[in-house]
Unconditional design. Sequence first.
Length: 167
Amino acid sequence: MTTPGAPNLPNAAAPPLDLASDPTYGVVQPLSVILRWARHRVYEKMAQRSNVKLDRSAINILGVLKRQGPMRTSDLADILGLDRSTVSRQVASAVSLGFVARDGDVRDARAAMLSLTEEGLAKQRKLNHAWSTIAMELVADWSEADQREIARLLDKLSRRIEDDIRS
């Protein structure tokens, strides 16, 4: 008998789950490596390659503002998945460096709109170029067919992730 709300775990007499035989499980380990690398090394490599000395939070802010355009701090916090007070501190740093402008919101005088300055846009372009170079180097020695296949599959995966973000 199971308790309502309790996880449905296999009982001791049942054979153990063989996750390795599930074809979707083959995605788990490589994706874990990619995510770990992205969290710990990509920003450092981008900053090094672009000669733009910014931390991960500033790089993220510049990237979001470039892709999404001007927005409020609360919207930026939602996109980054961080609390507003954390993002406010990060934005203040980017503003003090001259990379982000904080202007009045024409729809709400109490709010401010964030946007990239010319200097912020220039830094973001350098970072974006560095990222593109890093990504292309990862598959440079692959066959053209393999490059096209991973591009197709990553596009499919990223669409699924975007759907999840929106839901």
